[in-house]
Design a protein around this ligand. Sequence first.
Ligand code: GUN
Length: 282
Amino acid sequence: MVLLDGKGLSQKIKERIKREVVELKESRGIIPGLAVIIVGDDRASHTYVKMKERACEEVGIYSIVHKMPSSISQHEIEETITLMNRNPNIDGILVQLPLPDHIDATRILELIDPAKDVDGFHPYNFGRLVQGLDTFAPCTPLGVMELLKEYRIDPKGLNACVVGASNIVGKPMAALLLNAFATVDICHIYTKDLQSHTERADLLVVGVGKPHLIREEMVKEGAIVIDIGINKLDDGRLVGDVDFERVSRKASYITPVPGGVGPMTIAMLLSNTMKAARQRKV
Ligand code: GUN
């Protein structure tokens, strides 16, 4: 069994981006800029945003975080996005999800200029992704593809099973794997007999948010297992959606949690921001 080391790879990618930031500044005088909008006081969201801010700082990307109270109106968030859309120093705009219930998240995400949509959540970019066109792909599934590439795992012809069908993770993950010529099963909360799907998978990707959802008997011998879940147990331990201890004995490759997909998500945010900056039209 080989551990897929997302922490190590993300470090390598950050070193590369750091050099690219310097080159872009020298060649075109551009400093990549990322604007983050966070609404409310969800602890986990604030932790993620802090990590994103710190990562930007590490590689020399300028970042600004707009912290808004949960009482903020739809209109005020939209005004901030409009300003960021027009701001020539901002290449990427990210609205941390989830948003409070009274906010229409779809309208917010659709307001972001698709050229600045470094999270890849705008339907325009998602449509391009599904069509296999150049786009901003969502950071977590993109990070999974980078991790596979690093370990020379080619999805072509593999039976892939994606468990979880969210717009952020499962659906774009399935699209990326399909574009890479895998045969893709997408499972979700209404899937009957989940095991009948997972046990056939050469490549199993799980992003649901349920500790120990994937047990040993659900995994094929020699499968590649990618665990996107991050769950905090009552005792404070962080675990994924896969029973790592048992499944890792059966898998050929597996991601640890933490240290697998998580750090790759942030590396891909930096990479997408760099890509947007390179495409800046000034
Ligand atoms: N909430 C959970 N994951 C993400 C993510 O990747 N991006 C944003 N913007 N919000 C999230």
